[in-house]
Design a protein around this ligand. Structure first.
Ligand code: F6R
Length: 369
């Protein structure tokens, strides 16, 4: 079933262009996003939403944190992202104009299921983003937007992650159209950005192979840090999670702006730091700030691996390694930037002789609370 790949994870990482393309299929009509499942849910019901709470665990929660930026920008509706297990037991504020969006690859994660049931009983409408047809969480929800990543076998989630972000972007653009918060021209532009993602992931898969060379000298590293800002922040967190679960190395993701508020104390000579660099075009305000973060840690001896837009010259003097990603609007960069981080975690686990498909202590589907 691995079809010539060394692991299911390697196969699933490579399948990411199709995972996104299949998730978009039938959901863009006349150049704009129209998700039939959401049309069925009802434009009136969507127009009534005043607050969105995204519930998920692990990688799915990072997909939610990534999509928060786009959904808020496009719909002007506040979005909170909460870990399902933290939400359920703290008497959260739920009103009938709150929309709950759960995200779950398996659709069976007990923490998320319990949180969805709880919210629904409290009067919220619930939409499920799920990769498994007919699973329990979609059955317990008012509507479902399936991701069509195909079965994910490796324990570490990869292609489901990019499909989840894509599905949430479809949701955001559908809702923005219903609410009229994004102009028609921009709706067309963003739908095109989404449709361009699969080909750009394919390029990133090629460029990303360069990280495997790092695995050799990093196999004995005790800690790896990941920095990102804005949509790059949840990607840094996701890169760290992949490394923890696959290579059993202590890894931590930080918001780059937080560095001087504490984490910079961790930097000592030789410390590897991955930095997800925002685009100098699309994120002109924060790009120089992240470059100066890189300079600060480089001056303290950090080894910098930068994931940066191709042609970003500002990063070159300070990075030990640059992994270029194709040009995309700022909000679409996470779908590309995550790929080299997945490849790196997989390469480091392999370099350490570990089973990348079945990391120790983990199960693919966590069906207990
Ligand atoms: C990480 C990973 C887990 C899952 C989490 C949620 O690689 O696989 O963090 O993302 O357990 O699982 P689902 O999406 O099935 O609810």
């Amino acid at each position: 079933e691995k079809g010539g790949w060394s692991s299911f994870m390697a196969k699933e990482v490579a399948e990411q262009p199709e995972a996104v393309a299949n998730t978009l299929l039938g959901r863009i009509t006349d150049g704009v996003v129209e998700v039939p499942e959401l049309t069925e849910f009802g434009d009136d019901a969507l127009a009534r939403i005043r607050r969105i709470v995204i519930l998920a665990c692990g990688t799915a929660a990072y997909a939610g944190q990534t999509a928060k930026y786009a959904i808020e920008k496009w719909t002007r509706i506040p979005v909170d992202v909460e870990l399902s297990h933290e939400f359920r037991y703290r008497d959260p504020v739920i009103t009938d104009d709150t929309l709950i969006i759960s995200i779950s690859q398996s659709g069976e994660t007990m923490d998320t299921l319990m949180a969805v049931k709880y919210a629904r009983e409290a009067g919220a409408k619930t939409i499920s983003v799920c990769n498994t047809q007919g699973a329990t969480i979609p059955r317990e929800s008012d509507a479902v937007v399936y991701t069509h990543a195909g079965p994910e076998v490796a324990v570490a989630s990869t292609k489901a992650f990019v499909a989840q972000i894509s599905a949430l972007y479809l949701f955001g653009l559908h809702l923005a159209r219903v609410k009229g918060t994004v102009s028609h021209d921009e709706l067309v532009h963003f739908a095109q950005q989404l449709q361009d993602v699969p080909a750009k992931i394919a390029v990133t898969l090629e460029n990303g192979k360069a990280v495997t060379e790092l695995a050799g000298w990093m196999a004995d590293t005790r800690a790896v840090l990941f920095l990102g800002r804005n949509v790059g922040f949840p990607i840094a967190m996701e890169g760290a999670l992949k490394l923890k679960e696959l290579a059993y190395i202590h890894a931590e993701g930080f918001a780059a702006g937080e560095l001087k508020h504490g984490p910079i104390a961790l930097i000592e000579p030789g410390q590897p730091v991955f930095v997800v660099v925002p685009s100098p075009r699309g994120s002109a305000q924060i790009h120089p700030k992240v470059i100066s973060n890189i300079q600060e840690i480089r001056a303290r001896g950090a080894r910098i691996i930068a994931i940066a837009e191709q042609g970003d010259a500002a990063v070159l003097p300070y990075a030990d390694t640059v992994i270029p990603i194709p040009l995309a609007d700022a909000l679409f960069e996470p779908l590309l930037a995550v790929v080299p981080l997945q490849i790196f975690a997989m390469a480091l686990a392999s370099a350490k002789g570990l089973d990348v498909d079945q990391p120790r202590n983990l199960a693919k589907s966590v069906t207990v609370e």
